[in-house]
Ligand binder design. Structure first.
Ligand code: CA
Length: 205
């Protein structure tokens, strides 16, 4: 029986020491600490995905930079709308008055037909003038009328339009009328019109 008591005592002592060692060995608290570390890692990892969401918001403000380049094209077109100050090409009326009817020889020497009647025109200006399209007309009767071909009348020079004769030294122009054009008893009026139909000269006798 002593042996059994000794064994039990030893067993109890063993158990007590074992329990003591178990209490000391039961410091598996570090096992919990790794779990808390794991938790802390998971917690530290969980906040990291949120900043990626903020990164997606950042590209939206960048398109605001595009409206600034549109200012430059609008400023340039304004300075060039005033190159049209040329509405003064009307010095032609002065040349219109430069060619005048200077003489009307209404009393011809040729019997009955008076083919040698003539109207004389003179360029009183300082520039040559092409008489193409100009018209000499008896405006008292309304006829006849003579339309000039292209003929340059030099300054100071004269030409004649005969009733029915050709005189090259005076231009060689003729009404080619078979009867007298200019009355001897009652005065007639001759008028000269330029190519635009404007009256350039008028003369009576
Ligand atoms: Ca006559």
């Amino acid at each position: 029986m002593r042996r059994a008591q000794v064994i039990t005592i030893l067993l109890v002592v063993f158990l007590v020491t074992l329990a003591a060692c178990g209490s000391t060995a039961k410091s598996p608290t570090p096992l919990t600490s790794p779990t808390t570390q794991g938790m802390s890692i998971q917690e530290t990892q969980s906040p990291t995905p949120t900043p990626t969401a903020t990164l997606t918001q950042t590209p939206s403000p960048t398109p605001a930079s595009t409206p600034t380049p549109t200012r430059t094209p609008t400023s340039t077109p304004t300075p060039s709308p005033t190159p049209t100050p040329t509405p003064t090409p009307s010095p032609t009326p002065s040349t219109v008055t430069n060619v005048k009817i200077t003489k009307i020889c209404y009393d011809g020497l040729v019997p009955r037909t008076e083919s040698d009647e003539y109207v004389e025109l003179t360029n009183l200006g300082s520039e040559p003038l092409d008489l193409k399209g100009w018209v000499l007309k008896d405006i008292s009767e309304g006829y006849p009328s003579f339309t000039f071909p292209s003929y340059v009348l030099q300054p100071g020079k004269s030409i004649r339009v005969y009733t029915n004769e050709i005189h090259p030294e005076y231009g060689g122009f003729s009404f080619e009328s078979g009867k007298a054009v200019w009355n001897n008893s009652s005065p007639d009026t001759a008028a000269l019109f330029n190519a635009q139909g404007q009256e350039a000269s008028r003369k009576s006798y």
